[in-house]
Design a protein around this ligand. Structure first.
Ligand code: MIG
Length: 662
């Protein structure tokens, strides 16, 4: 089912945990030549995968790169975002062609030209062919994913409270700001499980510090908020501030835990705290050391974190700035024309996330020295591993919430991801929808996007429609950039509509958690393209704006402004479940085929598969207070297999399933 083909001397990525011997056979499906792997696609073949990327669920027709990139513009012309997820599925089975999965395990930049240069060619290229290629077969698309997931190891499981609705912003500056957010949600009677702390909770952006003026008595504050049913989730950035007397810096420096330049000195870059250094997460000792630092916060009652800037993002390096000042000199004495002016202007803007920097620092990985760029895609992954290993070591009896911005396949065992700095654009509702199933294929189960959009200003209708999609994603967090218009659910006056939709998340929570757990524990997908459930349905293959969520639900969210509804394709007869704006639920049977459905801004409609059920319970103020005894089953089936557990056990098993009947 899985065959491994080794080319030259791969750098170990630890993405694959199964022990698979390299095959001596000729590589399957692809022709290999000059650092390129070429597969010839028939006209009908679909290509799935690549996890976090722009464009369609079917990736055909564009060129992508596996290269972790800090890019705040997720426009269609981009080739890479924060994650490098080098797994693809080619599907041409219904036309009698091939069907297989392929994983290119390669930690540096890799290019996937999927019918972009030549519409019939899938060309995967690397700079230097030191890599393992895994070919994964299976009867069905879902089975290919399962077989792949079986070799990369079980995905991270989040605590149950982290399936609640969470509110974030860059930044809630003070303790009072946080309390005001909690109060406003309470007043609007909208459930909430967590509030996020962005970089300003720290003292001058120093990891593992608290600004005592703005957050006095932090431990007490954490427990006060927890008593109110709300967890606080602080951010941790990758780079560590250079500052004498700052313990994290001093310890790391003394023990050579930071990345080095070519002379063996600490490589100094500029990120939020100003002068910073990068912990060498590739170095096992440094990895453990940094992970143990989270204890500073877990000891104060913190139960979740988000890791940021770990592509790693670099605003500038000291060396880059020095070079830029030298370069700018030469423009001083020449008459500027259009070309030279733009060159001159770009001298400084080119400093951020530059290839030059990524080529100028080094890691000590398993005792060997590697240039950063050769293992670039592992950095965020190993930062996630660092925290996760520490939580398992220091707090083995409970799950800790953890998700990261940068990732590589392998990181899925240690944490979830969020999809980074999207925009408050209608098209980004759809982008999120398309990213979710692709992420599941690559093992990232606990994931979601910034609801309402990170950059730019959100409007009431955008947020309502966005929530109507995101009530189905495991990670459900509203987050926004500094300087943008407020976009909390109470920020637009009328809170009733928001309450109705967020309440539905909590009514669906037993289902969402149950389906997420069942999928995760069996290496399956929680959220899928329609074609994964209806393989023989040619129409289903073309649907790029509907998804299957768990085994019973199909969703078809509205994602255009001023729309009263949308067209939906039903691959079989289904029960439409409508959440009305007074909180009541209406069921109606809809026949297979195309339909126009009307859904007002303050309503949600989803579909239940023929013969299946969805459990809905009463709304609750937060996850901990959900009462499963209030569950009622909806849909045309008569039973539902509910997975349930205490929400934090680190040894969950499928034996926690019980059958509910109507
Ligand atoms: O340079 O911490 O993607 O979620 O709010 C920006 C501030 C740094 C980027 C993250 C975003 C976060 C922001 N961070």
């Amino acid at each position: 089912m899985v065959k491994k083909f080794t080319f030259n001397n791969p750098i170990p990525t630890k993405a694959v945990v199964a022990d698979i011997k390299a095959s001596n056979d000729k590589l399957l499906y692809f022709e290999y030549k000059d650092n390129s792997f070429v597969y010839t696609m028939s006209d009908s073949a679909c290509v799935y995968g690549l996890g976090e990327a722009v464009r369609g669920i079917n990736k055909r027709g564009w060129i992508y790169e596996g290269y972790c990139s800090d890019d705040p513009n997720h426009s269609e012309d981009k080739r890479s975002l924060y994650g490098a997820h080098n797994f693809l599925i080619v599907d041409d089975k219904s036309s009698g062609g091939d069907r297989f999965g392929v994983f290119f395990d390669y930690p540096a930049r890799i290019t996937f030209d999927i019918g972009y240069t030549d519409s019939s060619k899938l060309v995967v290229s690397v700079d230097k062919a030191d890599l393992d290629v895994y070919i994964i077969e299976g009867e069905t698309l879902r089975e290919i994913v399962k077989n792949f997931r079986a070799i990369i190891g079980m995905s991270y499981i989040a605590p149950k409270w982290a399936f609640g609705f969470m509110q974030s912003r860059w930044s809630y500056f003070t303790k009072d700001d946080v309390v005001r957010i909690a109060d406003s949600y309470k007043e609007a009677d909208i459930p909430l499980d967590a509030i996020f702390l962005d970089i300003d909770y720290m003292e001058r952006y120093k990891d593992f510090t608290i600004n005592d003026e703005r957050f006095p008595d932090f431990a007490k504050f954490v427990s006060y908020m927890k008593a109110r049913g709300i967890r606080l989730v602080p951010i941790i950035d990758a780079a560590v501030k250079v500052e004498d007397g700052y313990d994290v810096y001093e310890e790391g420096k003394k023990n050579n835990y930071f990345c080095k330049d070519e002379n063996g000195d600490d490589y100094i870059v500029g990120v939020w705290p100003g002068k910073t250094v990068f912990p060498d997460f590739m170095n096992e000792e440094a990895n453990k050391w940094f992970g143990d630092k989270y204890k500073f916060l877990t000891d104060m009652g913190i139960e979740g974190f988000w890791n940021d800037m770990n592509e790693p993002a670099i605003f500038y390096s000291e060396k880059g700035v020095a070079r830029a000042f030298e370069e700018i000199e030469k423009y001083k004495n020449i008459p500027l024309d259009a070309n030279t002016f733009f060159d001159c202007r770009d001298v400084f803007s080119r400093l951020s996330n530059s290839q030059e920097d990524y080529n100028s620092f080094y890691h000590n990985y398993d005792g060997k020295i590697y240039k950063h760029n050769d293992i670039h895609n592992l950095y965020g992954y190993f930062m996630t591993k660092s925290a996760s290993d520490a939580f398992r070591r220091n707090n083995p009896e409970k799950r800790t919430l953890l998700f990261s911005r940068a990732s590589y396949i392998g990181a899925h065992r240690y944490g979830g991801i969020w999809t980074g700095d999207n925009h408050s654009w209608w098209s980004h509702i759809l982008l999120c929808l398309k990213q979710m199933p692709s992420l599941n294929m690559c093992g990232f189960m606990y994931s979601g996007c910034d609801i309402g959009g990170f950059n730019g200003n959100c409007t009431k209708d955008l947020l309502l429609r966005w929530l109507s999609l995101s009530i189905f994603t495991p990670l459900m967090r509203n987050h926004s950039a500094c300087g943008t218009k407020d976009q909390e659910c109470f920020a637009f006056g009328d809170t009733e509509s928001f309450k109705n939709i967020v309440d539905l998340r909590y009514r669906l929570l037993p289902y969402i958690y149950s389906e997420y757990m069942k999928a995760t524990l069996s290496n399956d997908m929680y959220i899928r393209p329609l074609s994964f459930d209806f393989e023989d349905d040619e129409m289903a293959k073309t649907v790029e704006d509907q998804l299957m969520v768990g085994d019973s639900i199909m969703i078809a969210p509205v994602y255009t402004q001023n729309a009263k509804g949308r067209y939906v394709y039903l691959p079989e007869n289904m029960t439409a479940i409508k959440l009305n704006n007074d909180g009541t639920i209406t069921e109606s049977e809809i026949k297979k085929g195309h339909h126009y459905i009307e859904v007002a801004l303050d309503e949600v409609m989803f579909f239940v598969r023929e013969g299946r059920c969805v459990p809905l319970c009463n709304r609750a103020d937060n996850v901990d207070s959900i009462d499963e005894n209030t569950i009622k089953l909806y849909g045309s089936g008569d039973s539902y297999e509910l997975y349930t557990d205490d929400g934090y056990t680190t040894t969950p098993t499928l034996s926690n399933i019980r059958t509910l009947t109507k």
